[in-house]
Ligand binder design. Structure first.
Ligand code: SF4
Length: 110
């Protein structure tokens, strides 16, 4: 099973992806369904920021996730706005794009 992850660029200043990778390696939290299965992480991407939205570069990243054969894309919890609990609309749009290309979405990592 090939998977990808996308996280929020705003989290980048403090995020090493260690929490996501630990949960993946230990098949915990939103990776529990992969218990007993081989998983290949083919992409670990960030969005391009609120001002950029779905710009050409972000679309290129999304296309790369598809061309690398990711069957599932996880969105980090950082893509949900703490203030409202709602998913960032840029990420929602990115998810719709990926789903149209046949990638299943999982909202959450650890
Ligand atoms: S577009 Fe969304 S996911 Fe990206 S930096 Fe802004 S709030 Fe974070």
């Amino acid at each position: 099973m090939k998977i990808a992850m996308i996280n929020c660029l705003k989290a980048n200043s403090v995020c090493t992806a260690a929490g996501c990778l630990k949960a993946l390696n230990q098949r915990k939290a939103h990776f529990e369904d992969y218990t007993g299965s081989d998983v290949e992480l083919v992409a670990l991407a960030r969005c391009n920021g609120c001002d950029a939205g779905i710009d050409d570069g972000f679309r290129e990243k999304l296309d790369r996730i598809v061309s690398e054969g990711a069957e599932v894309c996880h969105f980090g919890i950082c893509t949900v706005k703490k203030e409202t609990g709602e998913e960032c609309p840029v990420i929602t749009e990115a998810g719709e794009y990926l789903e149209k290309k046949g990638v299943r979405l999982v909202r959450g990592t650890h």
